[in-house]
Design a protein around this ligand. Structure first.
Ligand code: HEM
Length: 269
């Protein structure tokens, strides 16, 4: 276990060589349903898959190049959720947030025509649960229709229906070497959890909420200070309730630290 902050930086900076992200526990957890994700790939395959992610997610830009086309979906679903909250006497409950969040996820990732396609996100949730071996997901193994998310997206693409963020992945020649559908939807789930918890944080601090309301009323929601404030809230929620409890690495060779040598770990193929 790495305890020194400087060592943490060193290890993260020197991933994937000699600190491979494709590590035994992660491989076992992900190999059934996300066998081709960058996180459990190594060498040239990892480089290719990582580049594909960065291109599709626009890693170099603080705001995604397609943000303008995503925002109407986000606004409409947030407004719908607020109407539900009003109808329930002003309380936002997680199950309602969850449904609204996944409506946004489906519209942004797969396209507007998937707004009400709950089956696709229920299936990815089941996949995730089985990946982790959760009993409520029916234990381990591939649930019925598990090949679905990507195959269905491809069929939709062929039928010429508009796609969302997902299109960036599908356009790549040889894109079938990666399975992005379930992977992207699964990851947006952790962002949903972080967002819900950020709202809880704001609700716990009425003075911040009041200040935010004032600023939004005066200048709008997308000003630099407001975005910074919201970003800080999300980061604080992740600090308090980390969605990823552990970051795992495996050494590909012996590595020297000032207190001794970290041995090379055996890597199963
Ligand atoms: C609050 C939300 C999120 C948190 C806390 C989070 C956290 C993490 C962490 C800690 C890792 C590194 C795991 C490791 O190195 O072993 C990771 C990797 C990754 N995440 Fe997220 N993530 C979040 C949301 C997302 C979203 C929304 C996406 C994309 C839609 C995404 C895409 C990825 C990808 C592609 C990787 C693999 C990167 C690689 O192979 O080097 N994440 N995430």
């Amino acid at each position: 276990m790495v305890l020194d902050p400087e060592h943490v930086h060193r290890i993260l900076d020197a991933s994937p060589e000699p600190f491979a992200t494709a590590e035994t526990l992660k491989r076992h957890a992900l190999k059934h349903f996300e066998p081709k994700v960058s996180l459990i790939s190594h060498g040239e395959e990892r480089t290719q898959r990582r580049q594909l992610n960065e291109a599709a997610l626009d890693t170099d830009h603080p705001i995604h190049r397609m943000a303008e086309s995503f925002m109407p979906a986000v606004r409409e679903e947030a407004e719908g959720l607020l109407r539900e909250v009003d109808a329930k006497g002003g309380t936002l409950e997680y199950p309602d947030f969850y449904q609204a969040w996944f409506r946004v996820v489906r519209r942004v990732v797969l396209g507007d025509s998937h707004r009400d396609d709950r089956q696709i996100t229920d299936l990815t949730e089941k996949l995730r649960g089985r990946q982790l071996g959760l009993p409520e997901a029916g234990g381990q193994g591939r649930p019925q229709g598990a090949a679905g998310p990507d195959r269905r997206r491809t069929q939709q693409g062929r039928a010429g229906q508009p796609c969302g963020l997902h299109e960036g992945y599908g356009l790549r020649p040889g894109g079938s070497a990666y399975q992005p559908g379930a992977a992207v939807v699964l990851r947006l789930r952790s962002h949903g959890m972080a967002s819900a918890r950020s709202l809880a944080l704001l609700a716990e601090h009425p003075e911040h909420m009041a200040k935010a309301r004032e600023q939004i009323a005066a200048e709008g929601a997308e000003t630099a200070p407001m975005l910074q404030h919201l970003r800080g809230t999300v980061l604080e929620s992740l600090r308090l309730w980390a969605t990823t409890p552990m970051i795992l690495r495996e050494t590909t060779r012996e590595v020297e630290f000032e207190h001794g040598v970290m041995l090379k770990q055996a890597r199963p193929c």
